[in-house]
Design a protein around this ligand. Structure first.
Ligand code: C2E
Ligand code: CA
Ligand code: CA
Ligand code: CA
Length: 278
């Protein structure tokens, strides 16, 4: 199984351009790029540690710049957020993803699709109904969709975010707490929002390798998650020993370069069918 995973890694069609020391595009560039459909979804599978089977994919935005190649989200998400373009990106991705996953979607009912949502988007009260409308338009059940909320980017007053999250949950969407353990309000958020999943930030993977105290914390996270009935995903699994280590601690799922790289839609489809025949 493992060997197959390694050999099925899609060949990189694009390599990320080197990060520039300054922001080299404007709001107008981003909005033109949105109009031209230059933002595309990449997909990174989440695997069950025990069976090594995919049970979900996370959508990660990529900008296919006509001159500069593939640009990573950390280089355009912050500007999109401050320019008010991030809601538009999410809507584009929803349509795009639900369209391109049609080919395998109904044949693989065990696989959920996760979207990253900016807290700035979630604060808007119209969002839950808008997303429900899009998902229904594509004949997809909201139960198959997870919304990842990052705790590090929370606004001071997050009452409207709580309302949107609760509404999304009522509509059937799954909620996931992203980058768990890096923010200030994890525990408070866990008690207030009906999450079904937490994603342990990749900084824990590096820390766990040489820090006994972090193992104590990881054990506490596993038992907290069990008692709250939360699925646990560990991000940044880069080696087989990371995978074994976190599986033995009792974590459910892993995501990371060792298990599967982020890949384009057609590569994902090939990857999924190769996995199935293993
Ligand atoms: P994230 O949600 O924490 O996503 C995980 C990031 O870790 C991704 O970076 C992924 O490519 C990377 N990664 C995956 N496996 C490994 C590994 O084994 N080791 C290491 N070191 N990294 C790994 P990416 O794609 O550059 O995305 C960066 C961030 O941009 C995401 O972090 C997310 O917060 C944000 N983002 C991406 N797409 C969207 C989007 O559509 N909307 C919003 N609002 N934010 C997005
Ligand atoms: Ca995420
Ligand atoms: Ca994360
Ligand atoms: Ca992150």
């Amino acid at each position: 199984n493992l060997i197959a995973t390694a050999s099925n890694k899609p060949k990189a069609k694009y390599v990320f351009r080197k990060r520039l020391p300054f922001q080299c595009w404007t709001i107008a560039d981003l909005s033109t790029a949105l109009q031209r459909g230059q933002f595309v979804p990449y997909f990174q599978p989440k695997l069950d540690f025990l069976t090594r089977k995919p049970i979900g994919v996370e959508v990660l935005a990529r900008w296919m710049h006509p001159d500069q190649g593939m640009i990573s989200p950390s280089q355009f998400i912050p500007l999109m957020e401050s320019a008010g373009l991030i809601d538009w990106l999410t809507v584009e991705l929803l349509h795009n993803v639900l369209d391109c996953t049609k080919k395998w979607y109904s044949a693989r009912p065990e696989i959920s699709i996760s979207f990253n949502a900016s807290p700035l988007t979630l604060e808007k009260s119209a969002i839950p109904n808008q997303w429900l409308g899009i998902v229904k338009e594509h004949n997809v059940s909201p139960e198959r969709i997870k919304i990842e909320i990052t705790e590090t980017a929370l606004p001071k007053d997050y009452k409207s975010l709580l309302e949107s999250a609760t509404r999304l949950h009522m509509h059937g969407f799954g909620l996931s707490l992203d980058d768990f353990g890096t923010g200030y309000s994890s525990l408070q958020l866990l008690s207030q929002i009906p999450f079904s999943e937490i994603k342990i930030d990749q900084s824990f993977v590096a820390a766990a390798r040489n820090n006994k105290r972090s193992v104590v914390i990881l054990n506490a996270i596993v038992s907290l998650a069990r008692n709250l009935d939360l699925q646990t995903v560990v991000e940044g699994i880069e080696t087989e020993s990371d995978a074994v280590f976190f599986q033995q601690l009792g974590f459910d799922l892993g995501q990371g370069y060792h298990l599967a790289q982020p890949m384009a839609g057609d590569d994902l489809m090939r990857w999924l069918s190769a996995q199935q025949s293993v």
